[in-house]
Design a protein around this ligand. Sequence first.
Ligand code: NAD
Ligand code: DAU
Length: 329
Amino acid sequence: MKLLVCGGAGFIGSNFVRHRVRDHGDEVVVLDKLTYAGRPENLKDLGVRLDAGAIEDADAVRTAMAGVDAVVNFAAETHVDRSISGPHAFVETNVTGTLTLLEAARELGVGRYVQISTDEVYGSIDEGSFTEASPLEPSSPYSASKAGGDLLVSSYTHTYDLETVICRGSNNYGPYQYPEKLIPLMVLNALHGDPLPVYGDGRNVRNWLFVEDFARGISHALAHGAPGEVYNVGGPDEAQNIDVVHAILRHTGADESLITWVTDRPGHDRRYSLGSEKIRALGWEAQVRFDEGLERTVSWYRENAWWWEPIRSGEYREYYERHYGRALG
Ligand code: NAD
Ligand code: DAU
């Protein structure tokens, strides 16, 4: 297959490209704006073409999309905290960018378009799990922009018969995740003896999915998903944030005194949980339980300082000081 992977230089996108090249022998073109989160080194040794460009740039999109069998779109602004302090880029990429891709896919007659989305479009759930039929009730600028993108994708199947599939994943973790997100941030801070900033009461619950399991789930939807359908891809385990932090302390040998309680995220969703029966019916099953995945993730960060050292001294440092500075003194 010849695939266009948008946002393929980011965390999940690069893990997906690795899986497609190694397990499926695909030819892959990556289109990526290379924001702070997009890193060419995530793709090193994979032999893929990388076009540096934005998904909202119609010319760049048409060039990258020419002659491909399918498009898988990971490109997005993805961090909830950044969407609260600066929402405009989220609409530009996650809504306008998605629309630009859909228009090009329609014009060029692309056979299949897969949109990578999130459990956050459903909002928060205290008990039970969301199904694909649950209403969209996003609560942050990030999740609202992702829901907007999803609705446009569905409209292109309904209106133009474009073959689309939407995959909604739960919280991913694993190698190559930018350390603004909970797990890599806590792992690197623990390894450096820095404070571990826990929001609110630390009892928010997330449904953890190892990134390689998500990559395989997306492949199932790409190959077997019915046009116009949505597939939830949830992790096998859920955990409160404070328990995740304690597990990271155990794996890194860091001291509990590093835990620092900080002001809660505004509008912080309490719990996410996805029912994944529909993608299971296509033959997918998560293979990595949280304990094993976390151990593999901590080992990867321990062994790959070449990857995170340049990040910790660059744009990230400014972001970190701006976002956590006052709370962490
Ligand atoms: P990430 O922030 O690590 O990577 C995003 C990538 O998109 C980067 O390479 C970035 O350079 C690129 N990008 C950003 N704006 C762009 C633009 N305008 N044009 C082209 N490229 C652009 O994100 P991630 O965690 O890998 O998430 C990938 C996708 O999966 C996103 O759509 C996200 O909403 C979704 N998702 C993420 C999670 C999670 O837990 N991380 C869970 C479910 C769904
Ligand atoms: O659920 C899928 C979503 O997961 C994706 O769509 C998003 O792109 C991805 O960023 C992630 O969103 P979350 O907001 O759940 O992830 P984050 O890692 O930012 O936070 C996870 C939990 O940890 C959340 O309850 C907030 C908390 N947290 C986070 C950070 C960064 C802290 O307590 N302290 C922190 O410093």
